[in-house]
Design a protein around this ligand. Structure first.
Ligand SMILES: NC(=O)c1ccc[n+]([C@@H]2O[C@H](COP(=O)([O-])OP(=O)(O)OC[C@H]3O[C@@H](n4cnc5c(N)ncnc54)[C@H](O)[C@@H]3O)[C@@H](O)[C@H]2O)c1
Length: 343
């Protein structure tokens, strides 16, 4: 297949690009190189591919929309990952967030609409579109929150409730995609992703917390836990995320116009305190951390109910959190000199 990956030099995009190239697909990456580490990913991706199968274009999706259609014409699918990705940055610079996430997505959709044969679009949305979930009863335990009545977690019927500029821009973008799909007959799928982690993630305090805490622990830097540390996330390894996108590509006619929650699920859910304890066991030393006020829009608990993706896409996470954390830790330790220069 001919696949374009926007944001293909980021954490998820570079992982996907390498995997698709290994499987023999033709990959076109569109990225503006704005994320620290994109140059490193650029060099690493080039190493594994012959020139004919890979094209990398430095391009900002929120600028020069007229240049996009010729790039997307003839492609089978667009995996749209390019985005401003941090809630904190969206609060300090909401215009930039709007331009990257809403205008950028709109430009991609318009370009697809103008193509002679319209490629499918797969979009990386976020569980943040469900908001703070204050309407759901939670139980506070010693080290974590749990849902009182949702043993499988949050499914796609949960009402959308955008919080923070990032929540609004990702939510607006996914709704645009689903509506363009209906109105202009464009094949599409939206993934509302939980916390994604794994090797190749240059996490910073503002985004990619699991990678950031791992990096900070290895470097013995101070870690700040925002809130009481009992907030729970279900972590999904990037390889498992790749598998669900692959399944969506092969079932696109069946699932077009639908959104799926995808996360690690109940078994791979951890509070920040639990995460740090397991990391500390792996490092075989104590990790020091301090607490600070919780951040705007932070959910007490999010666990993805993956039932829909399981029944339609025959997908479920295969990499356990224990295995995934080892993988992340190993990659971080092996690349710590490179990472040190980026943060
Ligand atoms: N990592 C997670 O835990 C997570 C969770 C939910 C959703 N998501 C979504 O998945 C996608 C990928 O996330 P990631 O963790 O790989 O982030 P990332 O920051 O590593 O990658 C994003 C890439 O997009 C590029 N980019 C940013 N703005 C651009 C623009 N205007 N034009 C072109 N390129 C641009 C960056 O240079 C970067 O290479 C994002 O859409 C994000 O919102 C990620």
């Amino acid at each position: 297949m001919k696949i374009t990956i926007t944001g293909g030099l980021g954490f998820i995009g570079s992982f996907f690009s390498k995997e698709f190239l290994k499987e023999g697909h033709h990959i076109q990456i569109i990225d503006n190189f704005s994320r620290a580490g994109s140059e490193i990913n650029f060099n690493n991706i080039q190493k594994i591919s012959d020139r004919a199968a890979l094209k990398i274009i430095r391009f900002d999706i929120s600028r020069n929309p007229e240049a996009l259609t010729p790039l997307l014409n003839g492609q089978d699918a667009i995996i749209h990952l390019a985005s401003q990705v941090a809630v904190t940055s969206s609060i300090t610079n909401p215009r930039y967030d709007f331009e990257s996430n809403i205008l950028g997505t709109f430009n991609i959709l318009e370009a697809i609409r103008m193509c002679q044969i319209k490629p499918a679009i797969l979009y990386s949305s976020t569980n943040k579109v469900y908001g703070t979930l204050d309407q759901i009863t939670t139980i506070e335990k010693k080290e974590r929150y749990d849902f009182a009545d949702l043993p499988k977690g949050i499914d796609e019927n949960c009402p959308l409730n955008f919080h923070s500029p990032y929540g609004c821009s990702k939510g607006a973008a996914e709704q645009y995609i689903l509506d363009y799909s209906r109105t202009y007959n464009i094949k599409s799928t939206v993934f509302r992703q939980s916390c994604i982690y794994g090797p190749g993630q240059f996490g910073i305090e503002d985004q990619g917390w699991a990678a950031w805490m791992t990096i900070a622990s290895v470097l013995k830097k101070e870690i700040t836990v925002f809130g009481n540390g009992k907030q729970v996330r279900d972590l999904l390894h990037v390889k498992d995320l790749f598998n669900v996108y692959k399944s969506a590509l092969s079932h696109i006619n069946l699932i077009s116009g639908q959104a799926f929650n995808v996360g690690g699920g109940v078994q791979n859910s951890r509070s920040l305190i639990e995460f740090l304890r397991e990391l500390s066991n792996l490092l075989t030393r104590k990790i020091d951390y301090k607490f600070a006020d919780s951040r705007i829009g932070d959910q007490k608990i999010f666990i993805s109910d993956n039932s829909k993706a399981n029944s339609i896409l025959h997908w479920h996470p295969q990499i356990s959190f224990q295995e995934g954390l080892k993988d992340l830790y190993q990659w971080t330790s092996q690349n710590i000199e490179t990472i040190k220069n980026l943060i």
